[in-house]
Ligand binder design. Sequence first.
Ligand SMILES: [Zn+2]
Length: 469
Amino acid sequence: MSLPRTVIRNGLVITAAEEVHADVLIEGERVVALAATGSSAAQAWTAETEYDATGRYVVPGGVDAHTHMEMPFGGTKAADTFETGTRAAAWGGTTTIIDFAIQSVGGTLRDGLDAWHAKAEGNCSIDYGLHMIMADVTEDSLKEMDVLVEEGVTSFKLFMAYPGVFYSDDGRILRAMQRAGGNGGLVMMHAENGIAIDVLVEQALAAGRTDPRYHGEVRRELLEAEATHRAIQLSRVAGGAPLYIVHVSAEQAVAEIAAARRLGLNVFGETCPQYLFLSTDNLAEPDFEGAKYVCSTPLRPREHQAALWRGLRTDDLSVVSTDHCPFCFNGQKELGRGDFSKIPNGMPGVENRMDLLHQAVLDGNISRRRWIELACATPARMFGLYPRKGTIAPGADADIVIFDPHERYTMSAATHHMNVDYSAYEGKQVTGRARTVLSRGAAVVHDGEYVGRPGHGTYLPRGTSQYLI
Ligand SMILES: [Zn+2]
């Protein structure tokens, strides 16, 4: 029995490495060949399904390495389930997410992992992997890290923020880094000095400064930079254990990462579209609207954006993920009316990332191939999924987006597919949009229609990071 064949013809195939006018042949779930458009090899291909990508780009499906579907936070939980969130991701041209399983304090890593598998299994339209949030570093959970790395959960997130919730002190961080240095795990760090931030929160509230904008003010840039610096030094003390700083937003934190990379250290930085396109101006929107933009690290003054774009060009920042963690304005963000510290932290964006980064190409901030590198190839390599994900090449999964670089549209909650009642980019006009999205050879979105199904997406055990020296 032969596998069903699909051909994508006449498009411009863009990967992190090259741009070629080529036809792509898929058999079953995998890419089997590329051949120059019009060549006799390509013309000889026959297939059950053909897509005409004339005038369009053919790019690898996006890899969003930082999402939080159904994440519990502050007495509520993120509004997208794995079902709604992965469907929205597919609409936006993302075909892989890596979400975060959470260890509870006093619990095991295994229990947290099992709970997240139960939430995701059978519900996803696209493939997914899991990182592990370590909220309780103990002798037992350190030992469990080794087992998880063997099983394909190869990255562990620690928090220098949120005392009493996810927070780890420096001793626990050092121990986890030492362990990761030995077992090949990658430590992901939320780098903000949460102990100092909590003091400033208390002082702000006592002085009557309760509006959403103060969320940004108390989470000071210096406290992001300080924590970033401290995490880097701890990783050096731990023998050069690899370190990935999540959601970098402050120029001073980029500088810390750049300095570490100049020393040749295994330190990597991630940023998110909200830091590239939004600012404290949004946090200051009146009538509590600023709550829509409350996330941590917080949005920064507009001047920081240039440093982030520069970091993305110099590779001091290597990945753009979304930190997708949506809470509805009505009923969820509203929990923090009169007290910004009670606003659930997180923003929607899993559907918007690929299109926003394409807009950045048009704006002259990054090149086309860098767009694919930041959004597809590097996250796949960073988290042990390459070349199965993140590129279009023989042997790779046929996770492919046919992207119309000319379609102009307006981002809006009225038309998006995320399960949240607002868009962080409401009214923003962008040019370029995912039109057809394949996940392992099967169409999930085609010409304005969802044609996938929950449960098509499978769990991805991952290898160790492919960037380690
Ligand atoms: Zn996060």
